[in-house]
Design a protein around this ligand. Structure first.
Ligand code: KE4
Length: 426
């Protein structure tokens, strides 16, 4: 007898919230999530054969689309040779060389198994390198579930953070200062309040976790200057933007060199991976070359590395980012126009193939601006799209992604479905 379809009730019975990661549970939009059975190209399919144009892209990694033949072939070949050795392999060296070749600021790189591990390790390295304890992050910035970064802004800006989750201790959050994204003044205030105490500033060079919020002119340059002046480490969290907005990431787009870069998602081609890297004299402090301890059983896993190599090989040839930008522009312009026709307040903010449709009529520069969005309106939009066969990310404060498997017909179909949704919402 065929295995019964996994039910949402069965999932919730054995897994917290029925999911392996909270945002998948549709908490922000209501209703029960779709249980995905497979994906192919620009489509995902649920267990009853429902077909959706996918704009989630697994939250970023699937820049080539689902089950890309080159990625599948690479993973199959790697698996046939064994799945893990806990020993050096040639693939991880070749992937490290591709990354250091793409990002001039990254002279050496260490692989881990998630973006969270990568940011946690980069923070430890920055504190070791500077001998300092404090870290600046930004309200609305997300860097994985690292205790010291699960911190929300205290009263006012540039104040010491408050735990953002039970289980995160005051002791952990007291060294984290929360500044305002796109506010250089708030960063200056943090550094003047804690002179010679700040080990690092960690920033998403293009914010994606309050929705897509690009840096205003001078913001990243200002961070670079402040860190230089105070001898603090500038960490670019490029887990989303790395190889997404360009082959040299956001740092290449804006011409700013961070001291450390955190990566994930795209570099694993859809398999578990994370990485951190940067200046040689910093990275050579990492064990076993140096004293800063960091380790991982499945770090540099041969299957993840094979998928990552296959993905980056596709991204390093031709003009994939030109194609992605054109598809992104077609979608964002179409959504903006249809919302205007329907009288629905909408601000679509986009960088290349990543975008957020904010249900607000104002441009969004920071978390406060993002919070002006009508999240109920977004939830209705989300479900109208889903009912129409379009899978948009189930949260107002996330990024939607077009991929190289989308075509103009897909985009036209999404715009047509969104137009009907706006009519119903407007
Ligand atoms: P992971 O530990 O989820 O691999 O990466 C953490 C991370 C680090 N830095 C940035 C900028 C990130 O966006 C993330 C994770 N992104 C979220 C969605 N925006 C992953 C989705 C999820 O948590 O399930």
């Amino acid at each position: 007898m065929a295995q019964p379809l996994v039910s949402w009730e069965r999932a919730k019975n054995v897994m917290p919230g029925g999911v392996s990661s909270p945002v998948r549970a549709f908490g922000a939009v209501g209703g029960d999530p779709v249980i995905i059975a497979s994906g192919r190209g620009s489509r995902v399919f649920d267990e009853s054969g429902g077909e959706f144009i996918d704009l989630l892209g697994s939250w970023g990694p699937l820049i080539l689309g689902h089950a890309h033949p080159k990625v599948v072939e690479a993973v199959k070949k790697a698996a046939e040779k064994g799945t893990s050795f806990g020993a050096p392999t040639d693939g991880e060296v070749r992937l490290a060389e591709m990354i250091t070749g793409a990002l001039p600021s990254v002279e050496m790189v260490r692989f881990v198994s998630s973006g969270t591990e990568a940011t946690m390790s980069a923070l430890r390295l920055a504190r070791a390198a500077t001998g300092r304890t404090k870290v600046v992050k930004f309200a609305g910035g997300y860097h994985g579930h690292v205790d010291s970064l699960l911190v929300s802004a205290g009263s006012g800006v540039a104040t010491l953070g408050l735990p953002d989750s039970p289980g995160v201790t005051d002791a952990t959050s007291k060294d984290t200062i929360v500044a305002g994204y796109n506010s250089i003044d708030s960063v200056k205030e943090a550094f003047s309040s804690f002179p010679d105490q700040i080990a690092a500033v960690i920033v998403e060079p293009i914010a994606a976790n309050m929705g897509v919020v690009p840096p205003v002119s001078g913001f990243l340059e200002g961070l670079r200057q402040i860190c230089d002046e105070d001898r603090s480490i500038l960490i670019f969290d490029e887990v989303v933007t790395g190889f997404r907005v360009g082959y040299s990431g956001a740092q290449g787009m804006f011409g700013i060199s961070p001291d450390l870069t955190v990566m994930g998602k795209v570099i694993g081609g859809g398999l578990p991976i994370g990485a951190y890297g940067g200046r040689r004299e910093l990275m050579e402090m990492v064990a076993p070359a140096g004293p800063v301890y960091q380790a991982g059983t499945l770090s540099g896993n041969p299957l993840s590395v094979a998928a990552g190599l296959a993905a980056l090989e596709q991204l390093g040839n031709g003009d994939p980012y030109g194609t992605l930008d054109s598809l992104g522009r077609l979608l964002s312009d179409g959504l903006q126009a249809e919302a205007k026709n329907a009288g629905v307040p909408l601000t679509v903010q986009r960088v290349g193939s990543m975008m957020t449709a904010f249900f607000t009529d104002m441009e969004v520069f920071d978390l406060e601006g993002a919070k002006t969005s009508d999240t109920d309106g977004f939830a209705r939009f989300f479900h109208q799209l889903l009912d129409g066969g379009v899978y948009w990310p189930p949260s107002q404060f996330e990024a939607a992604f077009v991929c190289l498997a989308h075509d103009d017909d897909d985009i036209a179909r999404v715009i047509e479905t969104a137009s009907k949704a706006f009519e119903r919402i407007g």
